[in-house]
Design a protein around this ligand. Structure first.
Ligand code: FES
Ligand code: FE2
Length: 335
């Protein structure tokens, strides 16, 4: 097995883990026209049929290779904008504008690579496999995103950083009081602490030993058939209490990533309405300033170079555990 920190480890994982579900875009991004995206280094096209169901395919027409995202959705088919070849929701070619004999002979043989997809919690999810014949696991997402007692918002951003750096940052609570020390939410608590790491059934928990509920004091990394990070930050007002953040990271290519922070609270009645109002008018901007600090810092670390010259300490136990965890997953071991 290649050690984390080696160039080979970087190469193996630079475009993400396969055989996993990833959020690829917001649901409201996919309207009546097909949308072209790059995710995990692949060009994909996302579109909706007349019922509103979402479909995801390789963004390459099987005729001459034009991008299907430049075409249209027509009567529940995806029609290429170049010469009008059309594919159904399963990717099967159904129309070739030529003689009916040629169409009947050729079209049944052609099927677009197609991704299993789901439209849940305001996001479109796709399953990226390296074995098209293997069974597709169900998509498990954090329960907060679909339980009625929780209410939240999606924050989406694109960062010019490799996805591993982004997840490492989320497994590193000790950066809170330094990088975000001037923020309204993350300025409190001790600047020194020891870290503890505990394996869970789906991943691991990394936590500060000396404090809880003061700052970004713990995070839970989950990584079975989808990967996310769960963490809480305390809000000092509006209304006071914890803000739960569910974080997802989808590689675009080896140097760029799509990041989601889904910010949820367990509040009812007027408190829920008050928070939702304050979020839109106040908190969203504050939180954006905080994640901009992360973005700038991560974009300053050059991925492979930073890994090869670094010196980890006790406060990086979450980072070390994440690398161990990723290596195990890549090798097909426990997770
Ligand atoms: S390239 Fe798509 S129809 Fe010709
Ligand atoms: Fe941060």
């Amino acid at each position: 097995m290649k050690p984390a920190g080696s160039a080979e480890f970087e190469d193996d994982l630079k475009l993400g883990l396969r055989n996993m579900w990833y959020p690829v875009c917001r649901s409201d991004f996919v309207k009546d026209r097909p949308a072209g995206l790059q995710r995990l280094g692949q060009d994909i096209v996302v579109w909706r049929d007349r019922r509103g169901a979402v479909h995801v395919h390789d963004d390459r027409c099987l005729h001459r290779g034009a991008k299907l995202s430049l075409g249209k959705a027509v009567n529940d088919t995806l029609r290429c904008g170049y010469h009008g070849w059309a594919y159904d929701t399963k990717g099967q070619c159904v129309t070739i504008p030529t003689s009916k004999t040629v169409e009947a002979r050729l079209a049944p043989k052609l099927c677009l690579p197609t991704f299993a997809s789901q439209d849940r919690a305001g996001l479109v999810w796709a399953y990226f496999t390296d074995d098209a014949s293997a069974p597709i696991p169900g998509l498990v997402i954090p329960e907060e995103l679909e339980r009625p007692e929780w209410s939240g918002f999606i924050c989406e951003s694109m960062w010019a950083a490799n996805w591993i750096l982004i997840v490492e940052n989320l497994a590193d609570p000790m950066h809170g009081p330094f990088l975000h020390g001037q923020s309204l939410t993350l300025g409190k608590g001790a600047l020194e602490d020891d870290m503890r790491v505990t394996r869970t059934s789906g991943g691991f928990l990394v936590e500060r030993e000396g404090q809880r509920g003061v700052n970004f004091d713990w995070s839970e990394i989950y990584g079975r058939d989808a990967m996310w990070v769960r963490l809480d930050i305390p809000l000092p007002f509006g209304p006071r209490g914890i803000l739960r953040i569910l974080c997802f990271c989808t590689p675009i290519d080896e140097n760029n990533s799509l990041v989601y922070f889904l910010r949820y609270r367990n509040l009812n009645g007027w408190k829920r309405m008050y928070w939702r109002f304050l979020y839109r008018t106040f908190w969203e901007k504050q939180h954006f300033k905080v994640i901009e600090q992360d973005r700038v810092m991560l974009e300053s670390q050059r991925r492979a170079q930073s890994r090869l010259v670094e010196h980890l300490s006790n406060s990086d136990r979450g980072v070390s555990e994440l690398r161990r965890f990723l290596r195990e997953k890549k090798a097909g071991g426990r997770s």
